[in-house]
Design a protein around this ligand. Structure first.
Ligand SMILES: [Cu+2]
Length: 256
């Protein structure tokens, strides 16, 4: 047995061990919660996860097939005494096939995801009854402004919650994202929400929480030396608790 076959068998053996261990001990083949936490708490989270998994499977299968082909060809066309390299033009048929297949896959994914993209990102489709919050990102904190009792921003009863975003459950929320200094990225991993906050722009981002609890708020853009400290919490309240919290903060703001 020559070197290539020994290497090939070694690789195949290692791969077999990995697969056997994975199947016995690890998650099942369809459960990918080890790559993406299976704890989404927004209304569009599960649909988005599903789309992500479909894309992962499509690209994953293509990746494996491509790598296996590469390895097979490396072995098959390796150096052999007396065999000379041959210069070929290539294959028009192969070019046409892989261009067409790629085009069809990409277009299918685009049309499949169009509705979801619109639902999440189209400013015209933001639910009209959504609760409004202004979020100013700055080095290195998140300042959420609430409108206060009058429901209007830029009035005396506005109040700020720093690094803690309070929202009600089962009600759409629109966060009007702004940045004071550099580009930050508003990232709520459990909600599957990530949106850049750009200086000079107001970017609306909406979502609806489906579960009460405390979740992560992070900055997903390397925004300076203190970037790693730019994290906070999202607290999802029941609707009644949220009203209580608002009333408390308003009372405190009026005392100031
Ligand atoms: Cu930041």
């Amino acid at each position: 047995m020559n070197f290539f076959w020994r290497m090939g068998m070694l690789l195949a053996g290692m791969l077999t061990v990995v697969i056997v261990l994975w199947v016995i001990t690890g998650p099942s083949w369809t459960d990918l919660s080890w790559v993406m936490p299976d704890n989404t708490v927004s209304t569009f989270g599960p649909t988005l996860d599903n789309l992500w998994l479909i894309i992962l499977w499509v690209t994953g299968i293509i990746f494996v097939v491509t790598e296996i082909t590469l390895l097979v060809f490396m072995v098959k066309y390796r150096h052999k005494e007396g065999r000379k390299a041959e210069y070929i033009h290539g294959s028009n048929n192969a070019e046409i096939v892989w261009t067409t297949v790629t085009f069809v896959i990409v277009m299918a994914l685009a049309f499949y995801s169009k509705g979801l993209w619109d639902e999440i990102r189209d400013p015209n489709l933001i639910p009209a009854d959504a609760y409004q919050i202004q979020m100013l990102a700055s080095q290195f904190e998140w300042n959420a402004t609430y409108a206060g009792a009058d429901g209007l921003f830029d009035t005396a009863d506005d109040f700020i919650s720093r690094n803690v975003l309070h929202i009600p459950v089962d009600r759409p929320v629109v966060v009007q994202l702004m940045a004071q200094d550099v580009i930050h990225s508003f990232f709520l991993p459990e909600f599957r929400v990530k949106q850049d906050a750009v200086p000079g722009m107001i970017t609306p981002v909406w979502f609806e929480a489906t579960r009460i609890g405390e979740f992560t708020l992070a900055c997903a853009e390397l925004c300076g030396l203190g970037h790693y400290t730019m994290s906070g919490t999202v607290i999802v309240h029941s609707q009644a608790d949220f009203q209580d919290w608002l009333a408390q903060q308003q009372a405190a703001a009026e005392d100031d």
